[in-house]
Ligand binder design. Structure first.
Ligand code: SF4
Length: 396
């Protein structure tokens, strides 16, 4: 996978003060990718060392009052041309910088205060459709023994637990909030497996329960809260769906967003909120763009065909009517299913990084969509799904 990286994060002495800002997490991740190191400020011809620069409105000013906007724009434009020929889907850039910063940058007072905004180069890359993240995102997604990756899998996809070198098992019956009377569905197994995949610490939950079985939103999200309590910061959901005709075709997909049509929400219960600051959780980027980009990168590298799209969470258990499928298509929905949305809301509220992969086994609402057809599609796509999940873990 190709990646554009701020040179100073890799240890190059290109900063205004003549130093660098090496980041171990970035160096580790980039070591498993094909990187292009860039320094847009150097490309703009700015000397090193020099006084610090900050964005002041639309301008970029050095602390001594010199206006360096033109040099920043020239360097960003020239570096963008290099990035275009390199064709990387991802850029890992130095946080807060007036050139490379994304989301928050120094506010022009030269006091260390931050304001909302993007650096000159970062904003060009974003306009280009490249996923831009800072080293903070890479660090926040980095797994460890203390922060294993949770993987929650749905119907027919429990084989992912076979990738695990197990260390211990946790019966779901021991998980707080998981219903003691949970009824088994074929294709689901009720025991979490703790161990490693590709030497990455993981906790795999090879089965889930659903609202349509009569369980509540707090019950169906109990596995997510359990993973969070175990220290998991990243959570990968793998679920079976139907593909909405016109917007998606059967096969493997990456969920970009969701529409919650279940009529339920796990944040409407006070007993579910102990680790959540506020129930009024913003849901923008609930499906972590960085993780989605890694999944696309793995798919490209391995030659796995994937599409992406919006998931509509439905209560079920009846399938969609033709009119509902047409309505969902008009709403921009690509995938339909009876899981995921409440779990993602819970995970996002807990501050977890979410990746949702799906296997669309049939056309949404198709009478051909039976439990058996879902299991058959899962089996047929088993190797690709395993490769995708393992590949993402290897890049984290
Ligand atoms: Fe680092 Fe970017 Fe500044 Fe260069 S322009 S020193 S790469 S933050």
């Amino acid at each position: 996978m190709r990646v554009v990286v701020s040179a100073c994060l890799m240890g190059e002495s290109c900063r205004y003060d003549g130093g660098s800002k090496p980041c171990d997490a970035v160096r580790d991740v980039v070591g498993r990718m094909e990187p292009l190191l860039v320094c847009p400020e150097c490309a703009g011809g700015l000397p090193v060392p020099r006084p610090p620069a900050e964005r002041v409105g639309r301008r970029v000013m050095l602390r001594d009052g010199t206006d360096v906007t033109e040099a920043f724009e020239r360097g960003a434009g020239a570096t963008l041309e290099r990035c275009r020929s390199f064709r990387a889907p991802l850029a890992i850039l130095k946080a807060k910088s007036p050139s490379c910063g994304r989301g928050l940058i120094y506010d022009g007072t030269y006091t260390g205060r931050l304001t909302a905004g993007d650096g000159v180069f970062a904003s060009l890359l974003e306009r280009e459709g490249i996923c831009v993240v800072s080293e903070d995102v890479v660090e926040a997604c980095r797994p460890s023994v203390e922060h294993p990756v949770a993987i929650v899998v749905g119907t027919g996809l429990g084989h992912i637990k076979e990738l695990v070198h197990p260390v211990r098992r946790i019966p779901y019956a021991e998980i707080p909030g998981f219903p003691a009377d949970a009824r088994t569905i074929e294709g689901h197994s009720y025991e979490a497996v703790v161990g490693t995949i590709e030497d990455v610490p993981v906790v795999v939950y090879p089965g889930r329960i659903h609202l349509y079985q009569g369980y509540s939103a707090p019950q169906v999200t109990s596995l997510v809260r359990h993973a969070h309590r175990l220290g998991c910061r990243d959570i990968i959901f793998v679920c079976a769906t139907g593909a909405v005709e016109g917007n998606a075709t059967p096969g493997i997909g990456i969920i970009t967003d969701h529409i919650n049509l279940t009529g339920h929400n796990p944040l409407d219960r006070p007993d579910n909120l102990s680790s959540v600051e506020s129930p009024f959780v913003g849901m923008t980027d609930a499906y972590t763009p960085y993780l989605r980009t890694l999944a696309h990168g793995v798919a490209d590298d391995k030659g796995i065909g994937v599409s992406e799209g919006v998931y509509a969470g439905l209560l079920g258990p009846s399938l969609e009517t033709p009119a509902e499928v047409r309505a969902l298509a008009a709403l921009g929905v690509s995938y339909t299913g009876m899981a995921l949305v409440n779990e993602t809301i819970m995970a996002h509220a807990l501050g977890m990084n979410v990746l949702a992969l799906t296997l669309a086994s049939n056309a949404a609402g198709s009478p051909d969509m039976t439990h058996e057809s879902v299991l058959a599609a899962a089996e047929a796509n088993r190797d690709d799904m395993d490769t995708l999940v393992s590949g993402v873990l290897r890049l984290l």
